[in-house]
Design a protein around this ligand. Structure first.
Ligand code: SF4
Ligand code: SF4
Length: 158
């Protein structure tokens, strides 16, 4: 049994992730969707046809070479399970786009507490972009490259 089934905490090892080469090419989606639930908005959200699913209870199958990393799917996932990472522009940093439905909403340039999947602080991070779609925001923060697989949330300090 996968560890997350007892802990509720997904690990990098539980995910299908892009190759190191694809990660270096530019922003790319990371779908942390591991349960066979009846759900598929991520398929319709992608106008590049990068996401496929044969049955509605399948987990999404992402074609990473087709994904542009646009991030439009991030705000369409009811499970807040979709992220975009971009490690292509720097040797030291990566950007992570995170779905967010709390208040207060951060502003671009704010410093926030970057959190791991258990809610523990990993580091301070700067908000580089905020986009809203309906009640969901897609907030991009910049983290140290070594933390790109740890950070999956943030806390606003206002
Ligand atoms: S990030 Fe953009 S291109 Fe990639 S799967 Fe999501 S909607 Fe499609
Ligand atoms: S929309 Fe989100 S929860 Fe639903 S299948 Fe896609 S990634 Fe999973």
């Amino acid at each position: 049994m996968s560890e997350y089934k007892s802990t509720g905490i997904i690990r990098k090892e539980d995910l299908e992730i892009p190759s190191d080469e694809r990660l270096e090419e530019g922003p790319v989606v990371i779908m942390e969707c591991v349960e066979n639930i009846p759900c598929d908005p991520c398929v319709a959200a992608c106008s590049f046809d990068a996401v496929e699913m044969e049955e509605i209870t399948d987990t999404p199958d992402v074609e990473y070479e087709t994904c542009t990393g646009c991030g439009f799917c991030v705000t369409e996932c009811p499970g807040l399970a979709i992220f975009v990472v971009d490690c292509s522009y720097s040797d030291e940093n990566c950007k992570i786009t995170i779905p967010y439905e709390y208040i207060p909403v951060p502003d671009e340039g704010d410093e926030v507490k970057a959190l791991d999947r258990e809610g523990n602080e990993v580091q301070k991070a700067v908000v580089t972009n905020v986009r809203q779609s309906g009640k969901t925001y897609a907030v991009t923060i910049e983290v140290d490259k070594e933390n790109v697989w740890k950070v999956r949330g943030f806390e606003v300090e206002k």
